[in-house]
Ligand binder design. Sequence first.
Ligand code: NAI
Length: 723
Amino acid sequence: MTESTTIRWEQDETGIVTLVLDDPGQSANTMNQAFKDSIAAVADRAEAEKDSIRGIIYTSAKKTFFAGGDLKDMIKAGPEDAQAAFDTGTAIKNSLRRIETLGKPVVAAINGAALGGGYEIALASHHRVALDAPGSRIGLPEVTLGLLPAGGGVTRTVRLMGITDALLKVLLQGTQYTPARALENGLVHEIAATREEMLAKARAFIDTHPESQQPWDVKGYRIPGGTPSHPKFAANLPAFPANLKKQIAGAPMPAPRNIMAAAVEGSQVDFETALTIEARYFTELVTGQVAKNMIQAFFFDLQAVNSGASRPGGVAERQVRRVAVLGAGMMGAGIAYSCARAGLDVVLKDVSTEAAEKGKAYSEKLLAKALSRGRTTEAKRDELLARITPTGDPADLAGCDAVIEAVFEDTALKHKVFQEIQDVVEPDALLCSNTSTLPITVLAQGVERPADFIGLHFFSPVDKMPLVEIIKGDKTGDEALARAFDLVRRIKKTPIVVNDSRGFFTSRVIGHFINEGVAMVGEGIEPASVEQAAAQAGYPAKVLSLMDELTLTLPRKIRDETRRAIEEAGGSWPEHPADAVVDRMVDEFGRPGRSGGAGFYEYGEDGRRGLLWPGLREHFTRPGAEIPFEDMQERMLFSEALDSVRCLEENVLTTVADANIGSIMGIGFPPWTGGVLQYINGYEGGLPGFVARARQLAERYGDRFLPSPLLLEKAEKGETFHD
Ligand code: NAI
């Protein structure tokens, strides 16, 4: 028998064995080689000493229960590693299965987060008790990393709750449940308030279920809700492709497809064969490019960004307590809600108390909805609302140690509102603007303390969008940057940090995507195909509908102002083929976008989007103007990726992680790519392949696709974009 190194065997006098998961020297337990050996040793010992064992409890000595697979290994897995990945997974699964079928009750005492592999160990137990620890999450989020849960996760959830629930509640969305919601949704059997209570409940289960077995190991077991060969199941089947289609919209996202195939195929065979099917689908994913992209972005880059890679070190944390939000419009109202939700006091100021109250009403609306869905309580709602003080009087901002301005997009007005309040708030209050386009350095000229002035660019709708782009002006100090960073983390959003530039990083780069879509309409390509190309590339919003949302007039105004500024400075404005289309839409056809009731789409009286405007075909579409569908998609993807490289060159961006995370979470760059720069890394043929394709696009569609010096240099040196 091999020595168990990551699992402690603790047997009490009544014969209950507690398996304490405790990988020495690691902050969390993972499915590494040591675990593979340890769990095999535990299974050997359990079988050998079976007669002295009354039951088994899995729990962990770490803060989390178990973290899952080792992503550092997975991101490196190439086709040649497929067999090894398959074998390791199979070995761990076999050991868990031997313990599961020992003939003794097995309980998971889930003391902290059990995501992925952690929840799979729990699923291999007959009973699951979760400690209701703050921040603890339970679920199988593999799909969000382009993977599938291959430690028995697909096979057991399908048998536990039926194919429909397994797919929709657990596997396809990768939802991470709080212990209470895990209980509601049938992922665990009980929850406990303390560690002692959790272990007592685990022991009580063993006492009362000496003959316990998994439902699927009981003779005559059938999958709840049936399998595809049962008539009852057939009634549900049509929902799957639609749901799946909605989730992936035709983008190259192999994980949802493989998960569905593993679930459906696995439901029609015996348990052991289902495990093998699941493993084969996993191996295909882990050795492919999409999983590598998604692990890079959603694990490594996200961790780097959130842990403060771009926060100045050496500046002590000093948390904000009372925030002044100036402007209670769409953005200000959302910012006030997000701050109050995080426990901050908010003074919400508009031109009058009445106008500010309208902004507060937005929080009331969101909370009423949350209450009706059981997501909050009346007491919590009242507490949150009490933290927001609406006002029209600048004097009420006394005591605020941070200001977030969200009035109309107008430099003079922004200067005026800061003048009005800068002597009222705390003398060293952090001063932030939520401008989406105006240079921070110019806005900072309107305040007495430009070192404390910074851009804090939220995205709409604020309560849902996870990203905040922090923009440093020329004079912004490290102290302000650190405080802004800490404030964003405090309100549980993800901060990226960029240097000032026209449109910063996000607004500048998304402009290329939109321009490319609009330019294609101008070239005579069928508008419906343009929309389809964006959707199938994996963009969450179609390009022309997005242009309508933003309105055609606003970007045009910015474009004209920028052109004037560039020309006044002696430079020349690079015309874009989209410009003429936007001008015609506004000037000739009077279609300024959604807020004007007409744009690329038609809009109903209630503002609802209807069909594409038929006039587009009449005035722009030319028969025979088709280009390859792949070109349509790659024109959009490349235009954003190429300009992101330029943002690095110009020091607008300072880290690759900020670029990848900012592009996915802020402006909807397709998640399967791993973000704008990872897309280049993962492109077929690597950087040289990307450069060659960019040159081809430049030849066909214009010099804007020519690769810039940094990209060429990295391609030549055989490097990739990594921090
Ligand atoms: P909005 O028009 O909904 O709200 C602006 C609010 O400012 C109005 O309630 C107005 O009464 C108030 N206001 C005007 N003058 C004021 C003054 N002197 N004192 C106090 N309040 C005053 O505009 P929205 O969409 O909320 O945008 C606000 C800012 O956020 C703009 O700078 C915009 O560029 C930026 N932004 C907007 C995004 C969007 O998706 N709408 C996204 C990111 C940033």
